[in-house]
Design a protein around this ligand. Structure first.
Ligand code: HEC
Length: 204
């Protein structure tokens, strides 16, 4: 026998009620574990390790391979930088560990992103990290970040994605490695910084 309109509506309402009853209350806030997992994927996708993990030449494979024990530890202290100076039309010459970059304006070394408190990002708060990525200045007001750090790509990301990256970076193995300061004259650093507009206020 065909159902009346009211019976159909009642059944639909019942189905909906059952479904609602089964479902756990939805939460929009990611758990810490989810945030870390998302951060790990973003770091993989963002290619952070390509510049922040030194490579070593593997003679068997005849390939430069990432040094896993120095994951995200930046340019190893004491390691050689680029041998050659960039030629007249070169953008940069990359050193043997792929963590040092000789640009026409000077040499820049990839930083230690591990949570080591003295030589890495251990002392950085979440807000320090987010401000740095959003403004291109260390902790929002400090020294301008130099190329080739692609902070402009990170600046366009929602804060939640930056929080995820920061949360993941806290979980990697801390490595004590003091990265050399860039060999770039102070006025050139200032000029690079001034060429990027600063936001009017921070995120706080
Ligand atoms: C093309 C190479 C390259 C890539 C890719 C790269 N970085 Fe960098 N990064 C650098 C260099 C070089 C520096 C040092 C810049 C300087 O001294 O001003 C740096 C600096 C930083 C700093 C500042 C740290 C400090 O102590 O001041 C942070 C944070 C950072 N990178 C995070 C990241 C993250 C996160 C990713 C991936 C999403 C990433 N980087 C991808 C090259 C790179």
């Amino acid at each position: 026998m065909p159902k009346t309109r009211y019976e159909t509506l009642a059944l639909a309402a019942l189905a909906l009620a059952c479904q609602n009853g089964r479902e756990a209350p939805k939460t929009t806030t990611a758990t810490h574990a989810e945030l870390v997992q998302r951060g790990e994927r973003l770091v993989q996708l963002g290619g952070c390790s390509d510049c922040h993990t030194p490579v070593a030449f593997d003679p068997k494979l005849k390939l430069p391979l990432p040094q896993r024990e120095l994951f995200l530890a930046g340019h190893p202290a004491g390691a050689p930088g680029p041998e050659a100076k960039p030629g007249a039309t070169d953008t940069a010459v990359i050193g043997p560990t792929f963590t040092s970059f000789a640009a026409p304006f000077g040499v820049v070394y990839a930083k230690n992103l591990t949570p080591d408190p003295e030589t890495g990002l251990g002392s950085w708060s979440e807000s320090d990290f987010i401000k740095t990525m959003q403004t291109g200045h260390e902790r929002g007001t400090g020294r301008p970040l130099l190329p080739p750090m692609p902070w402009q790509n990170l600046a366009t990301q929602p804060v939640e994605e930056l929080r995820a990256i920061y949360s993941y970076l806290r979980t990697v193995r801390p490595v004590k490695n003091r990265v050399p300061e860039p060999e770039v004259p102070a006025p050139v650093i200032a000029a690079i910084g001034a060429s990027f507009p600063k936001p009017e206020k921070g995120i706080d």
